[in-house]
Design a protein around this ligand. Structure first.
Ligand code: NAG
Ligand code: NAG
Ligand code: NAG
Ligand code: NAG
Ligand code: NAG
Length: 593
């Protein structure tokens, strides 16, 4: 018993009872076992650092606050070496402060300290806005016209993700042909072409692979003339095979082994990279080194922007040591983003623990091409919105080609003669099942950014094409204007573009009507609202043409048949044919017929 107290003394520990089933909790992060709302999940004590949910308990985007439906929030200090558990033994969330040898290896004090604040407000919406306004200057502060332009273009034009799994598959012709196919389709806007890390020969070269891309400047020029913008993916990892590796070691630009004299680089693995060093962004010599390399690429190839693929905390070398002490490995990505967000044009980041300046969008984690994965998109997106990230970039329609664990599904690198329907731009990769693709496209039509890898034309199916055409026109006429309208409240108050139903006026927690369905708004995890005005209820199961739909209080116009619907209730067995999507547009309350 004495020993037990001894431990308690060293690891401060606090638990919050949430056995009251009328109160629900949100925020924190995403994990395979944490759902929406948080109190319905389970998670054993884990360090509160980013990871991918295949290999660790927390996801790629986190913030240190939790919010509940009674209008209370727990905000945990950045310096606390925080572990959390959810419903591990009892119905409760527990916070623990503990140093360890990776997540919290850098001790600030002799014993771990835990600091947190509890804030209370009248409802969740005002609480959310006030937490946001205390955390930083308004998002629009310092926004340049060019940033606003990029922000708006990401909302109104698609992102074309060209991401083959093998380096040799990425060629100038592949990129050129892909954009030709987009134009040939005729109804989709040009948008941003996002090219993965294989524009380099070895990752970390930070220079174009001239053996595969002899005339990439001409390709980019052609893309520009066609109306596309071009973004390159940049990672802070330097392959040990890259010519830069030796130079970086010699100049000590890399993160070093802990307790070494800084000359020994600490190595890690990342995606296709079996062995790589990591640029030490806290070293003042590293920043100009990176900047020079990237500026040379911009000057020579006229690239429009970059996407930062920074990995998660667990992609850092285990015994890492930076020039400046990091409180935890996630601070690395915050430092990386802050360093370049003002000097480079950046459209997105793969992982975050603090809000980047617009127009930087924060990505959802990659999702594989399965129904199960598609069902995780909405709760994850809603969680990140509540975490205070209003501008979220979802993955590709139909699922991503790369996701942690996807290596085991790699087709042979030799080509793909024996594979049935594949996508020529993405050699040897099977197209997602057609019904999954259709349902995913229906959902994606309402998300802040539409990202494609596989084009709808790849299916050679009139049904898919006609649906894609109709959804595109719906996106342009109805969804994009709404997203652009709500961009304002995102920049002003940090409110997400796509919201959970409880954040919408008229729902419980928003200070609204309450009523029979009020609790429903707190629990729904398969619907979302664009701003306050458009409820979307996509189908998320195969072979399914009906679903339960909850409508928040108010008057709504049915997007499928145009009829008026009364809110604050469930609609049972609501019919949604395979080429349709259920959505409802808010109408003024006094409008009837
Ligand atoms: C996730 O939940 C399942 C079932 O509740 C449990 O068996 C498993 O241990 C949990 N995983 C983690 C990582 O907590
Ligand atoms: C591409 O680069 C080559 C060689 O540097 C140059 O001759 C050519 O004019 C460039 N093309 C364009 C479109 O900039
Ligand atoms: C291609 O389709 C045939 C028949 O549908 C199937 O038997 C075969 O396994 C498929 N091949 C691959 C590589 O998926
Ligand atoms: C597409 O729109 C046309 C014209 O409004 C309509 O006739 C057709 O049924 C729609 N098709 C689908 C699949 O939504
Ligand atoms: C869908 O239904 C068809 C026929 O009813 C069946 O053959 C198929 O296996 C079902 N697919 C799934 C994914 O359940």
């Amino acid at each position: 018993m004495i020993l037990f107290h001894f431990f308690l003394g060293i690891f401060p520990n606090d638990c919050f009872d949430w056995s009251d089933t009328k109160v629900h909790w949100y925020g924190g992060g995403q994990s395979i076992n944490l759902t929406w709302p948080l109190d319905t999940g389970t998670i054993q004590y884990t360090p509160f650092i980013t990871g991918d949910i295949q290999n660790s308990q927390m996801g790629n985007v986190l913030t240190r606050y939790l919010i509940n439906s009674k209008g209370a929030a727990i905000i945990i200090d950045e310096e606390t070496p925080l572990y959390i558990s959810v419903n591990a033994r009892n119905k409760e969330i527990c916070l623990l402060a503990k140093y360890d040898d990776f997540a919290y290896a850098n001790r600030l004090t002799e014993y771990a300290e835990m600091k947190y604040n509890i804030c209370i407000s009248t409802d969740m919406k005002s609480l959310h806005s006030s937490i946001h306004s205390h955390r930083s200057a308004p998002l629009w502060d310092g926004l340049k016209p060019i940033d606003m332009h990029i922000l708006e273009s990401l909302i109104s034009e698609p992102v074309w993700q060209i991401a083959p799994r093998f380096k040799h598959e990425l060629k100038a012709e592949t990129i050129s042909k892909y954009t030709e196919d987009v134009i040939y389709l005729g109804f989709l806007k040009q948008g941003h072409v996002l090219i993965n890390e294989f524009w380099q020969n070895e990752i970390g070269d930070l220079a174009v692979d001239t053996s595969r891309f002899e005339t990439l400047n001409e390709t980019v020029d052609k893309l520009h003339r066609r109306g596309f913008k071009v973004a390159f993916t940049v990672q802070p990892f330097i392959s040990t095979e890259s010519a830069n590796f030796g130079e970086c070691v010699q100049k000590r630009l890399l993160i070093s082994e802990r307790n070494s004299d800084r000359r020994i680089p600490a190595l890690t693995r990342f995606k296709s990279l079996a062995s790589a060093g990591v640029l030490d962004i806290t070293n003042s010599k590293t920043v100009p080194w990176i900047m020079n390399k990237l500026q040379a690429v911009i000057d020579k190839y006229d690239i429009d922007s970059f996407y930062f693929d920074l990995g998660t905390a667990y992609d850092m070398p285990h015994y890492y040591q930076c020039e400046k002490k990091l409180i935890n490995p996630d601070q690395y990505k915050t430092a990386f983003i802050k360093t370049f967000e003002k000097t480079l044009k950046v459209i997105g980041v793969s992982s975050a623990v603090s809000l980047p300046s617009p127009p930087v969008f924060v990505s959802l984690p990659p999702f594989e091409s399965t129904w199960e994965a598609m069902r995780r998109v909405i709760p994850t997106m809603l969680t990140y919105g509540i975490n205070g990230y209003p501008f979220i970039m979802p993955g590709a329609v139909g699922g991503d080609i790369y996701w942690p664990g996807s290596e085991q599904f790699l087709p042979s690198s030799k080509g793909s003669a024996d594979i049935n329907i594949t996508d020529s731009a993405h050699n040897g990769i099977d197209l997602p099942e057609v019904e999954l693709y259709m349902r995913w496209l229906q959902m994606a039509t309402f998300l802040p950014v539409m990202k494609f890898t596989h084009l709808p034309s790849k299916y050679n199916d009139e049904r898919v094409l006609e649906m894609a055409k109709n959804l595109t026109s719906l996106r342009q006429k109805v969804v994009t204007p709404l997203l652009l309208k709500y961009k304002r409240s995102a920049l002003e108050e940090g409110l997400p573009l796509v919201r959970p139903l409880w954040l919408v006026p008229g729902a419980a927690g928003a200070g609204g009507a309450g009523g029979a369905g009020a609790d429903a708004a707190l629990l729904v995890r398969d619907e979302f609202c664009v701003g306050d005005e458009l409820v979307v209820a996509p189908i998320l199961y195969p072979n399914t043409t009906t679903r339960e739909v909850y409508l928040p209080a108010g008057l709504w116009q049915d997007g499928i048949d145009g009829s008026l619907r009364k809110g604050n209730r469930w609609m049972h067995e609501y019919r949604v044919p395979v080429d349709r999507v259920a959505y409802f547009i808010r109408k003024p309350d006094d409008m009837r017929f």
